[in-house]
Ligand binder design. Structure first.
Ligand code: HEC
Length: 295
């Protein structure tokens, strides 16, 4: 019995070792152009046809924050432009944060790409959890196509419990895209542009709007529950600027998009002190507002 169990364990180890060797083999093939020590999480899981996304975070959001920087690169010879939409963001530990990257195929041919990422400092890597990310699969970008891709992540609060990572205040997430030789089964990157995502919009709202807006009651700004179909500046008791109250606007997907892109230009004299320059972010927030009914 003992012997059987021991050999069972041995087999398990061998299987793990085999898996590791396979993974290393895949990595070597994929990044043979580079000597950088990538964490090939994405590529390996993508190549194996499986994904290893973490489940949505259930850990408590902590008061502590870290600053996350975004860095991008394309492998030599890949005619893609690939940039982060935001250079950095401050996040609470445990807070789920969506960020965006923009990719454009500047060539005349469809190309399948594959992203690798790494996290620095190295020791923070295991605490950086991705929920949704374009790097899990082979991605096709049609000739001259441009897309925006979301990455959702959170930093595990456990980073603050580990004595060797407790001091980490800045984390950099770097992505490199390289051309994939095996295009079969690639997904179209355009899927990210296809449909508005209200669930993502809810998170974006939480991080960009909720400081001033709630659905059901006035805060610094007016309540936004049921805003679609409502005349601008019409919630009784909220001290609107005369400009907004007299704008004649009725909120719809279209008028909200214009307003959020540049409130001051849309309604001169209005008082909302921020704008959302990113079209995909506006689209998802508006999708969320279209659903949120203020209850
Ligand atoms: C720093 C505070 C602040 C932030 C952040 C903010 N808003 Fe506002 N918002 C305001 C204020 C103040 C007004 C009222 C403006 C006026 O009266 O001219 C307003 C008005 C609005 C209105 C018009 C509502 C109505 O009843 O006519 C909408 C829609 C809106 N905001 C959406 C958003 C969204 C979506 C976000 C996040 C992307 C956001 N706001 C972020 C302060 C803010």
């Amino acid at each position: 019995m003992k012997i059987f169990r021991a050999s069972g364990r041995q087999t398990g180890k061998l299987a793990t070792l085999g898996g590791l060797l396979l993974a290393i083999g895949v990595m070597t093939t994929l990044v043979s152009y580079s000597v950088t020590l990538y964490r090939l999480f994405c590529s390996v899981t993508g190549a194996g046809g499986t994904t290893q996304r973490v489940a949505a975070d259930t850990a408590k959001v902590s008061a502590r924050t870290v600053t996350v920087f975004f860095d991008t690169d394309v492998a030599p010879g890949l005619p893609w432009r690939f940039v982060p939409v935001q250079r950095q963001t401050v996040v609470h530990l445990g807070e789920e944060v969506p960020v965006f990257f923009e990719a454009e195929n500047t060539s005349d041919r469809d190309i399948v790409g594959h992203a690798t990422f790494n996290v620095t400092p190295d020791k923070a890597g295991i605490y950086f959890k991705k929920i949704e990310c374009f790097c899990f699969t082979e991605e096709r970008l049609a000739a001259h196509q441009k897309v925006e891709m979301p990455v959702e992540f959170f930093v595990d609060p456990a980073i603050a419990d580990n004595p060797s990572t407790r001091d980490v205040e800045q984390i950099t997430l770097s992505y490199t895209f390289f051309e994939s030789k095996r295009g079969d089964g690639a997904q179209d990157l355009a899927r990210f542009d296809a449909a508005p995502d209200p669930a993502l919009g809810e998170k974006l709202f939480a991080s960009q709007c909720s400081g001033c807006h709630e659905m059901a009651r006035a805060k610094i700004g007016p309540p936004l529950g049921g805003v679609i179909g409502r005349p601008a500046g019409s919630v009784a008791g909220y001290p609107y600027s005369p400009a907004l109250a007299q704008s004649g606007i009725t909120w719809s997907t279209g008028t909200l998009d214009k307003w959020l892109a540049a409130p001051q230009a849309d309604v001169p004299g209005s008082l909302m002190p921020m704008a959302v320059s990113d079209a995909a972010v506006r689209r998802d927030i508006i999708a969320y507002l279209s659903r949120a009914d203020g209850s």
